[in-house]
Design a protein around this ligand. Sequence first.
Ligand code: FMN
Length: 175
Amino acid sequence: MITIVCSTNRNDALSYQISLLYQQVLADLGAESEILNLNDLPADFAFSALYENSGKNEQFNTFSTHMSQAQKYVFIVPEYNGSFPGVLKTFIDGLEYPNTFKNKKCALVGLSSGVQGGGLALSHLTDIFNYCGMNVLALKPKLARIEAHIDGDFQITNNLYMQLLKEQAEKFIEF
Ligand SMILES: Cc1cc2nc3c(=O)[nH]c(=O)nc-3n(C[C@H](O)[C@H](O)[C@H](O)COP(=O)(O)O)c2cc1C
């Protein structure tokens, strides 16, 4: 079972649509997955579930347990201010350390309105996950100018983007 993390809590996020699409790509390859959407986090988790409040927020605990039990993750990461969303770092800071990510595996997908496709965001995140002991798949698709490459049904219209996602999913299943 692969956990797909929609790495923003923004309402109507394109990242969630890409998460759904990635789930379909995995399903087409015969791999089961579930989506964990940061939009479903309790709104006050930064103040009710971290540090001295660790373990006290039941709703957050279900996220934390899910992340602890999972072995493989795909993070769908929008570019916010040249990096990944702050809510993702706050989420990571609330998870059990040092075991949540140790010796586990993940794949990263970046998306952005601009031309970078979250390249820096994925580099920043790779540093953090490596620090936490997690192996990051080398192939990291960067979906730049995403709005120009997605249609009204949230399907990707750019052949190269689809090819990269499929190639990544195939490699990740073997990873
Ligand atoms: C707070 C915020 C900061 C953003 N910063 C950038 C940025 O630095 N570069 C960029 O290309 N797009 C930026 N965007 C646009 C997002 O990268 C774009 O909407 C993304 O592909 C999908 O984000 P979503 O999942 O929130 O819809 C930003 C969006 C938000 C909400």
